[in-house]
Design a protein around this ligand. Structure first.
Ligand SMILES: NC(=O)c1ccc[n+]([C@@H]2O[C@H](COP(=O)([O-])OP(=O)(O)OC[C@H]3O[C@@H](n4cnc5c(N)ncnc54)[C@H](OP(=O)(O)O)[C@@H]3O)[C@@H](O)[C@H]2O)c1
Length: 283
């Protein structure tokens, strides 16, 4: 398994399996089980995905030894403060049937995430989490968090795909020692990614699929990927990206697809802060 080494020495698989928008308990459990059987060792969930229990059941059913796994979950906005972060962490751990987490992320840069970060720093020091990080922090927010806390986030999980490549963000994170992780590597299929002419032609040249080319392109940039699929054949396909290499020309062609804008939401839009703040779950 190819890994990256985080700023605290912890090794993280460069490819994992994401379970956003898989709320159905049985479907989620089966997808995670298939992913573990296919060889994935990193599973990416979140309290807000409402499927931590299904992930926990799949882990147990798989029989994969705990030390081989890298399990990530995230703290939702409504719990982004010191006290709630500790409670929410304990609930997540229980739902996942685990006694420690590999990676705990602040899901969104909203709420009292400074308080939450201090709770996470304590949990990390107590050995209950192997690494702590954030998600959806653009460079300005990330710098502010780094400036005013003791522990530098190990990971920042942000939207990254061929139409939104995050080139400057990636350079900034590298400079700060924060591992870049991509969410929505396929942009959830938006903008017709799977039939994009440039990507199709590169895929045909390598006798691979567009999905494999996109994941390979991210991995060659040393970005951790967590593609999601509920279909066994795609789960296998997305993991099979280590037997080919994209050339400089391929990479230049993919670089030209960058629109430098999110296909989903803007973290500079006050309406997004409002919507996320109002988005409450029964956790
Ligand atoms: N931190 C955050 O705020 C945040 C936000 C979004 C996502 N994430 C994480 O990132 C993970 C991945 O992102 P995502 O789930 O939003 O989207 P994604 O992985 O970009 O796209 C998933 C979509 O692509 C399809 N797909 C998967 N493999 C395929 C293949 N080989 N060929 C054709 N279609 C394929 C899936 O359909 P089928 O399932 O039908 O195969 C699904 O519709 C999430 O699951 C989650 O863990 C985090």
């Amino acid at each position: 398994m190819q890994t990256v080494t985080l700023n605290n020495g912890v090794k993280m698989p460069i490819i994992g399996f994401g379970v956003y928008q898989v709320p159905d308990a049985e479907e989620c459990e089966n997808a995670v089980y298939e992913a573990l059987m296919a060889g994935y060792r990193l599973i990416d969930t979140a309290s807000g995905y409402l499927n931590e229990e299904a992930v926990g059941r799949a882990i147990k059913r798989s029989g994969v030894p705990r030390e081989e796994l890298f399990i990530t979950t995230k703290l939702w906005v409504q719990d982004a403060n010191y006290e709630s972060a500790k409670l929410s962490f304990a609930k997540s751990l229980k739902k996942l049937q685990l006694d420690y987490l590999d990676l705990y992320l602040i899901h969104q840069p909203f709420g009292d995430y400074y308080g939450a970060w201090r709770a996470m720093e304590e949990l990390y020091r107590e050995g209950k989490i192997k690494a702590i990080g954030v998600s959806n922090f653009l460079p300005d927010r990330l710098m502010d968090l780094i400036m005013h806390n003791e522990i530098v986030p190990a990971v920042n999980q942000i939207e990254t795909h061929p139409f939104y490549q995050q080139t400057e963000g990636a350079a900034f994170m590298k400079e700060q020692g924060v591992q870049h992780q991509s969410w929505a590597p396929f942009a959830e299929g938006l903008n017709n990614m799977f039939s994009n002419e440039v990507l199709v032609s590169i895929a045909e040249k390598h006798n691979k699929s567009v999905a494999q080319v996109v994941l390979r392109w991210l991995v060659q940039r040393q970005i951790v990927v967590i593609p999601k699929s509920t279909k066994k054949e795609r789960i296998l396909e997305n993991f099979d990206i280590f037997d080919f290499e994209l050339s400089t020309t391929d990479i230049e062609q993919i670089s030209a697809l960058d629109t430098r804008e999110s296909l989903f939401l803007s973290y500079h839009d006050p309406e997004v802060a409002k919507r996320m703040g109002n988005w409450k779950f029964d956790l």
